[in-house]
Write a protein that binds this ligand. Structure first.
Ligand SMILES: C[C@H](O)[C@H](O)[C@@H](O)C(=O)CO
Ligand SMILES: [Mn+2]
Length: 414
């Protein structure tokens, strides 16, 4: 009897596509899973300020992780339903320590339990300074604050985080990406944008001055259009950070929720990749604004994956996720989101790239259109199911039941 996979494999082979090669490539693509979906971006510091930095998790679904141990248990469950080996993207305010260091005092040892946990599982850690949820960020200004003392505080935080990231990278033997996102901006129309941007530029320069081995640590900078409370102007806009990343030869982070809703972030990849050496993605789903919904297997994600594959950008793009929905099971959110990113990548890897590009190069747009539409009928689901089965990961009703069972087990957390 021919299995569904064998039939599907033959169907793709007719188009010259090797499904084994596509699955092997997918298995080597790590996704950096964002820790903050697990607890609604709360962190585990003993103290915090009022500033949410313009981001907001809404909802009160039961089961939020309240401690680092609970968060790690939830992550263990989620990774157990996702094929492949992935990474964890940790924010500084998820430190795990009995001490109460302020942000300008944190050290690698405050993250020892995370390092141990990650090492035991072969999970690579990525990192982020936390420039929000702190009294010194309550003006929605940090590295660009007019007060030099506040700028110094955040520069020190950033430098310490870079040391921690380099420590992670050294310990785990793989480059730790450290992404710098600051919420700085203005609620109403500013009159001196230049001064704010000069201060941010100078602070970043100081923060990034200490050199770390690039094999251990890679800096990235993340732009944004606007946030709650900073509607009129974000200091670190796209143009600002594109220029800065080129200037410093560091990675540019593109968050799918940080642009005008009609802009295609997929389209930006090849444009910016000609100028910056490395890219970081925050794959997200904005709904009218930077709402950070769980990603769907929709056209935006498919386009993003196709650009990564067709433009040959996978080797120099780190794929991270950035969403946080507190109205649904947080573990299900992770599992559904990561698997959707993987499904999108698999679909892109299963396309007859050469044939599509040849039609375009020949200006045969009829052929290109006929191909793209016929290819949509190929049995992608059978290849995904095979990929999951080989990794001993469930699909369909079994997956849905597993997600529900775990959610029921954590619902009483209070
Ligand atoms: C928690 C993250 O650092 C944050 O979501 C940031 O990446 C962002 O996208 C802010 O809008
Ligand atoms: Mn982001």
């Amino acid at each position: 009897m021919t299995t569904a996979y064998e039939q599907a494999r033959a169907a793709f082979a007719e188009w010259g596509v090797d499904t084994e090669s596509a699955m092997a490539t997918l298995a080597r693509i790590p996704i950096s899973v964002h820790c903050w979906q697990g607890d609604d971006v709360g962190g585990f510091e003993r103290k915090s300020g009022a500033s949410g930095g313009g981001i907001q998790a809404t909802g009160n679904h039961p089961g939020r992780a309240r401690t680092p141990d609970e968060l790690r248990a939830d992550l263990d469950f989620a990774y157990g339903l996702i094929p492949g080996r992935h990474r964890l993207n940790l924010h500084a305010f998820y430190m795990d320590t009995d001490e109460t260091p302020d942000r300008d005092q944190i050290e690698l040892r405050h993250f020892t339990p995370w390092l141990d946990w990650a090492r035991d599982r072969g999970i690579g850690l990525d990192f982020n300074p936390t420039f929000f949820a702190h009294a010194k960020a309550d003006d929605n200004l940090t590295l660009s604050h007019p007060d030099a003392g506040i700028r110094d505080f955040w520069i020190e935080h950033g430098q310490r985080c870079r040391e921690i990231a380099a420590g992670f990278g050294k310990a785990q033997g793989s480059q730790c990406v450290i992404n710098h996102w600051v919420p700085d901006g203005s609620k109403d129309i500013p009159v001196d944008r230049m001064a704010a941007r000069e201060r941010l530029w100078a602070s970043l320069d100081r923060m990034l001055t200490p050199q770390h081995d690039r094999a251990h640590m890679l800096d990235a900078v993340e732009s944004k259009l606007f946030g709650i409370g900073v509607e009129a102007m974000t200091v670190g806009s796209h143009e600002f950070y594109l220029g800065y990343a080129i200037h410093r030869r560091i990675a540019l982070c593109l968050d799918m929720g940080h642009f005008h809703p009609t802009e295609s972030v997929a389209d930006k990849l090849s444009a910016v990749a000609l100028s910056v050496p490395d890219l970081l993605l925050h794959v997200s789903r904005p709904m009218r604004w930077d709402s950070d919904h769980v990603i769907l297997l929709n056209d935006d994600i498919l386009a993003m994956a196709q650009e990564l594959v067709f433009a040959g950008l996978l080797p120099r793009t780190r794929i991270g996720l950035d969403f946080f929905d507190a109205t649904i099971s947080r573990t299900a959110a992770w599992v559904i989101g990561v698997r959707n990113m993987q499904k999108a990548l698999l679909r892109a890897l299963l396309l007859p790239q050469d044939r599509l590009k040849a039609a375009e190069a020949a200006l045969d747009f009829t052929q290109r259109l006929a191909l793209t539409e016929e290819l949509k009928d190929l049995p992608f689901a059978a290849i995904w199911a095979e990929h999951c089965a080989r990794a001993d990961r469930p699909t369909g009703a079994t997956l849905v039941a597993d997600l529900a069972r775990y959610q029921a087990s954590v619902a009483g957390r209070g």
